[in-house]
Design a protein around this ligand. Sequence first.
Ligand code: S3P
Length: 178
Amino acid sequence: MTIKKTKNIILCGFMGTGKSTVGQLLASRMGWRFVDTDKLIESRHGKSIPQIFAQEGEPAFRALEHALCEEIGTWKQTVISTGGGIVVDPENRAALINAGLVVCLDAPPDEIAKRLLAADQPERPMLAGGDPAQRIAELMATREVAYHALPHRINTVGITPNHIADQIVNLWKRTTQA
Ligand code: S3P
């Protein structure tokens, strides 16, 4: 599938796969703006993600994500890092694929657990309650189908964020046309 050069690059994948870090590097390589869907939802809604989950519930958060996926279709030349659950909804997947080059970053559950249990990580409501490593493995298993349905996947284990950004720049050159 060929993508127009005016479109976007959208990074998807489970929590802790490096979407924001790679996204920021990629945006500076491309000379594009960078948007993180969680940060945008927080600033527009005036609440943090944990507050939205606690006060309004997960369905309210998913509705905000859904509306944003539709809006992203109107954006141009933006690198977007998305929340880990955004592509579970098939309509969101279709909207994002329509908006540009969608790349899913991958890592196995034990690697994710290591990264997310490290210090200075933001609170993640989807991992609250119970053993986080077990929760990660379970949640990832239920989302495998959604991640598999994305057009491109990059295994992030043992690769630096810079190198991942290089791979995505090359992918962009191969898959786009004026
Ligand atoms: C979620 C992932 C989070 C955030 C919210 C829900 C999920 O984003 O959107 O806590 O359902 O996987 P990150 O993938 O950026 O952590």
